[in-house]
Design a protein around this ligand. Structure first.
Ligand SMILES: *[C@@H]1O[C@H](CO)[C@@H](O)[C@H](O)[C@H]1NC(C)=O
Ligand SMILES: *[C@@H]1O[C@H](CO)[C@@H](O)[C@H](O)[C@H]1NC(C)=O
Ligand SMILES: *[C@@H]1O[C@H](CO)[C@@H](O)[C@H](O)[C@H]1NC(C)=O
Length: 271
């Protein structure tokens, strides 16, 4: 009898969990490490914890169904218009994008700032490959381009520095991070690229231009800097928002303040 009740209760809990529009963890997960920001070794602890989180993302965080796939990661569309020294009014659009490599993220350092609970996270991606449909209009390395086709990018040893802004909020007696902004810088050790159909079927010009891009990969990486950072930012912001609405911030930083403690109580409106 009691077993029956136990099962019924368990089933009830599971259903409530599944029906909820905004499920979140209420027990500390074993795949991350709780760290105390007041401790001397916080950075070391937090670095390990964020590494464990990235590792877990690879097989999927149990209960967090909104992240369909992390590696490869799918993005519908990126649109960039930019002007820089090598590209005058370069317009790039990528669509049906697949990015491989985030599953092998190695976290170098995870800093959390007590002042506003923003983060600075440094990590490396030994390999990062992107494939998708492109359209390009403008100049890259002085070459006038107006083409559309398929693009492949393959970056070696990318080091990414991510600056994340958050706003703390309360839910179910926990403090959560609302990840509001994510900006990245990167550097890399090499970039291989291939653009199909750069000149509407002129194969010879296409081959020589692709070779030129590979021989001058640093300049190509500069010309595509905004496209690449935008792609990484879109991925990370999406993933981080979902993770941190799901896992209480207390499970990462056990001594995190409540929003009231950090921002002060909101003053009652004058009558
Ligand atoms: C943290 O410190 C331990 C030793 O105190 C060290 O073995 C480990 O590599 C450090 N981890 C990070 C991520 O710095
Ligand atoms: C998170 O921040 C966004 C603004 O960036 C806001 O629209 C949203 O309501 C916030 N969510 C929560 C749960 O506080
Ligand atoms: C990438 O980093 C590894 C380890 O630091 C190094 O052995 C390799 O040569 C680097 N690759 C390139 C293309 O520089």
């Amino acid at each position: 009898m009691s077993e029956l009740i136990r099962r019924a209760v368990l089933l009830g809990l599971l259903i409530r969990f599944a029906r909820s529009d905004d499920p979140f963890l209420t027990d500390p997960p074993d795949y991350i490490k709780e760290c105390k920001i007041a401790d001397k070794n916080f950075v070391n602890c937090s670095t390990q914890s964020i590494q464990q989180l990235f590792d877990k993302l690879n097989d999927g965080i149990p209960g967090l169904t909104s992240i369909k796939s992390f590696d490869p990661f799918h993005l519908n569309r990126i649109r960039i218009s930019q002007g820089n020294s090598n590209a005058i009014n370069l317009k790039v659009e990528l669509a049906n994008i697949k990015i491989f490599g985030f599953g092998h993220t190695k976290v170098i350092e995870s800093l959390v700032f007590k002042k506003d609970y923003s983060w600075k996270t440094t990590f490396t991606l030994p390999v990062m490959k992107l494939q998708g449909d492109y359209s390009l209009f403008g100049r890259i390395l002085l070459i006038p381009l107006n083409g559309r086709g398929q693009v492949f990018l393959d970056a070696d040893n990318m080091t990414v520095t991510m600056h994340t802004k958050t706003r703390l909020y309360s839910k179910g007696g926990f403090t959560f991070y609302n990840v509001t902004n994510c900006r990245v810088d990167f550097k890399m050790d090499g970039l291989k690229s291939y653009f199909s159909n750069l000149f509407n079927g002129n194969k010879q010009l296409e081959d020589s231009t692709n070779k030129f891009f590979n021989d001058n990969w640093r300049m190509l990486a500069d010309a595509l800097y905004t496209v690449i950072t935008q792609t990484i930012e879109d991925i990370l912001l999406d993933v981080l928002k979902k993770i941190f609405h799901f896992i209480p911030a207390n499970y990462f930083v056990s001594d995190i303040p409540t929003p009231e403690q950090l921002y002060g109580k909101t003053k009652p409106k004058p009558k």
